[in-house]
Design a protein around this ligand. Structure first.
Ligand code: HEM
Ligand code: HEM
Length: 230
């Protein structure tokens, strides 16, 4: 689908409006699986699986960065990376009990999304240079000194705890919207749709065709393949 989508033109009976495209939704639920797999694999000593889940996650993160520039309206950084002042104003309005509808990420949630993407990227990047001190080296570990590789390995381990903290905050925020404010963001991240009254009246959303997402994905996979093979 291209061009500006008339809001709700194809909405089913309950007056739901399409807000998230397929690539963002597939990206989200895939990274949930891959973060879990990355943790479970290393905990059980399956380093090869850890490498593959990490490289797949890295591919998806590079894809998501590209999609943040060329993707559909709500996927774009320009849509949700707003000034800190906007995030604070949003939080203040929320504390006063005001309802500020947003089709995509709200200005405060946008910062959380950027932080999550950044630390996940750093996690995958440090993994490339890490070693387990026994028999497994990340694909780029040989490019640096073993001392630096050891330091990056310990950063890799420490940073995962920070990721866990962010993920908990993220899930608590989503549950707060669900049970306190009555907005089911989880359902929207699954179906891609939100009730019309939960999005801004002026929202004019553009959806970019899937073939562009596939192109971004192929490019991202190519970069990661090149890294892993070097
Ligand atoms: C490893 C765990 C998780 C990570 C790393 C994660 C990360 C993210 C990221 C990066 C986004 C932004 C998506 C994008 O714009 O591409 C996002 C959005 C979202 N996530 Fe998660 N997530 C995790 C788990 C969950 C879980 C368990 C739920 C449900 C309970 C959830 C619900 C959502 C929702 C509803 C949004 C959209 C928020 C909004 O409307 O602004 N996430 N998540
Ligand atoms: C890009 C591919 C990745 C590679 C090559 C890689 C490599 C490694 C290595 C070599 C270790 C052992 C470090 C040590 O024993 O000190 C490790 C540990 C670990 N990695 Fe990764 N990793 C990658 C991606 C990821 C990702 C994406 C996550 C999670 C989001 C993750 C989470 C962990 C955790 C939780 C540990 C255990 C840390 C500890 O026990 O202190 N890794 N990784």
């Amino acid at each position: 689908m291209t061009g500006t989508e008339p809001q709700g033109a194809s909405a089913p009976a309950q007056d739901q409006v399409r807000v998230w495209d397929v690539p963002v939704r597939v990206f989200h639920w895939s990274i949930v699986v891959l973060v879990t797999l990355s943790w479970a694999s290393v905990e059980n000593g399956y380093m090869k699986l850890h490498l593959w889940s990490g490289l797949t996650l890295l591919t998806l993160l590079l894809f998501r960065i590209a999609w943040g520039f060329v993707g559909s309206t709500t996927a774009r950084f320009a849509d949700f990376a707003q000034r800190p002042a906007s995030a604070l104003a949003y939080l203040r309005a929320m504390a006063r009990g005001e309802h500020q509808p947003h089709a995509g990420h709200n200005p405060a949630g946008g910062w959380m999304v950027l932080l999550l993407l950044a630390v996940l990227l750093l996690q995958a990047a440090t993994g490339l240079f890490s070693n387990d001190g026994v028999r497994f080296n990340g694909p780029l570990a040989a490019l640096i000194s073993s001392r630096l590789s050891d330091r990056l390995s310990s950063l890799h381990g420490t940073m995962f705890n920070f990721i866990l903290l962010l993920v908990w905050m993220h899930v608590v925020a989503v549950l707060y919207y669900r049970f306190v404010r009555g907005e089911n963001l989880i359902a929207a991240m699954i179906s891609g749709r939100k009730p019309r009254d939960e999005i801004s009246a002026q929202a004019a959303l553009k959806f970019v065709p899937l073939r562009w997402a596939l192109l971004c994905l192929v490019l991202a996979a190519g970069i990661v393949w090149w890294i892993a093979e070097s």
